[in-house]
Design a protein around this ligand. Structure first.
Ligand code: DWN
Ligand code: SAH
Length: 408
């Protein structure tokens, strides 16, 4: 069913960009599944009331998060370091000063962040619906239950463990369509002095960098401080700090608490003012974004076709969920990209969703280096470039599409 109302305000949504038929971002598949592959019409809409940019339609959560979820957080060493830093920031904060603090993390995946609390014997609980990655977390001593977080689950956690001092999430809150229910659950679960800290790709960066590949089935929302303030404000909570992050191409860490529990840092009003200047509260901004997206598509397709006509070999690096949007929106298949290399075992030997480009082990990239590699994992550029010096020294070139399509 096509949703035309904002999931937060209930007001009508205005469609701003349409991406056509899209498969599941992480729906890597075998040839026998091609015939019955799932697709949905992907478009984003905006409400000037909630200021929340959101998917108009989204597949059911169980279709995306299950016992074969293809994304394992610990595939990036840089991200492991990042989450260690996040955990340390929480541990050293005033929010965790009582005798027996309790930390809850939503979407803890393979335990990349919570393991830092487990190592310090801090009472913790991960909520992770994708069973395969939840099991991986448990294997590493991270106490995890495999379920979707809801208001009811929050009540169950309170009964079994008591209320939380810190409620954490990274790259998860923007995945949950019933975000209003989640925020109600959070406000119940949190102690009066408790704190919520979560981060997600930041809308301001997505607009500035035309990183439209952050839009795919799992990312039902694209957050700004404006929309987060509106959303949590409905449940008596307030934004008390914002901390920009470099991860995932530009993210924002939001710090929230029950209204009046802590002073609000100046960073909040500064960011809100900046967002108004950028126009994150206005429909017009997304019309310009739409033009930039179309331009980016045209440039990438032209470049790949030119290289093909020159007889160059082009492959992809990192079978990201983000690449699913690019490949399907730009209609780029195995005729333009020979294969995509990825270090994740569950993706290897399968084909990319929709366009069916083979996903191969990383070793194939090393043993059979191409002339050009499209860096689909552009958000990990620093980490990847550092480890692929040989490729560049041998004359290999990177193609990157953010903030604009170019050959490096
Ligand atoms: O929000 C989400 C983020 C956190 O992770 C999820 N919805 C799904 C996923 O998105 P993604 O797939 O776009 O994430 P990444 O982190 O950009 O994926 C990187 C991919 O590249 C992984 O499949 C691992 C792979 N990789 C690699 O082959 N070599 C990564 C690195 C760093 C490498 O050196
Ligand atoms: N926090 C990790 C994983 C992000 S991927 C990181 O930043 O790397 C998004 C994760 O959210 C997936 O592991 C998915 O299973 C989980 N998720 C999706 N819906 C959820 C929900 N309703 N409650 C808790 N976790 C959810």
């Amino acid at each position: 069913m096509k949703r035309t109302y904002c999931r937060i305000s209930g007001e009508p949504l205005v469609e701003v960009v349409e991406f056509g038929r899209q498969p599941l971002g992480n729906g890597f598949l075998e040839p026998k599944a091609f015939a019955n592959e799932y697709f949905f019409p992907m478009a984003i809409g905006f409400s000037e009331v909630s200021m929340m940019l959101q998917l108009i339609e989204q597949p059911a959560p169980e279709k995306m998060f299950h016992d074969q979820y293809a994304f394992y957080s610990s595939t990036s060493r840089f991200m492991a370091q990042h989450f260690k830093g996040f955990a340390e920031q929480v541990m050293q904060s005033k929010y965790l000063t009582n005798v027996d603090p309790f930390v809850v993390e939503l979407g803890c995946n393979d335990g990349i962040m919570l393991k830092n609390f487990a190592e310090k014997n801090i009472r913790h609980l991960g909520i992770e619906p994708s069973l395969n990655v939840a099991q991986e977390a448990n294997k590493h001593g991270v106490r995890t239950i495999s379920d979707f977080f809801t208001e009811r689950l929050a009540e169950k956690i309170i009964r079994e463990h008591g209320k939380a001092d810190a409620f954490l999430a990274a790259n998860v809150m923007c995945h949950i369509p019933d975000i209003v229910g989640v925020v109600k659950g959070i406000s119940k679960l949190l102690k009066p002095t408790g704190v919520v800290m979560f981060e997600d790709p930041y809308l301001g960066d997505i607009i500035t960098k035309t990183s439209y590949d952050q839009i795919y089935d799992e990312h039902v929302f694209l957050f700004s401080a404006l929309s987060i303030q509106y959303l949590f404000g409905l449940q008596g909570m307030e934004l008390i700090d914002v901390l920009p992050q470099k991860t995932h191409g530009g993210s924002m860490r939001y710090v929230l608490a029950h209204r009046g529990a802590y002073p609000v840092k100046e960073s909040v009003s500064e960011l809100i003012a900046q967002e108004k200047v950028q126009g994150l509260d206005r429909l017009d901004t997304f019309k310009v974004f739409q033009t930039n997206v179309t331009h980016s598509k045209r440039k990438l397709v032209t470049l790949l076709k030119d290289l093909k006509s020159q007889g160059k070999r082009v492959v992809g690096y990192g079978a990201t969920s983000k690449s699913t949007t690019i490949l399907n929106y730009c209609c780029i298949g195995p005729e333009l990209i020979e294969f995509i290399s990825d270090t994740t075992p569950i993706k290897q030997g399968k084909y990319t969703p929709g366009m069916h480009i083979p996903v191969v082990p990383y070793e194939m990239f090393k043993s059979n280096p191409p002339d050009y590699a499209v860096l689909f994992a552009w958000n990990h550029a620093e980490e990847i470039m550092a480890k692929e010096r040989d490729f560049m020294e041998a004359g290999g070139r990177w193609i990157i599409h953010v903030p604009e399509v170019k050959v490096l």
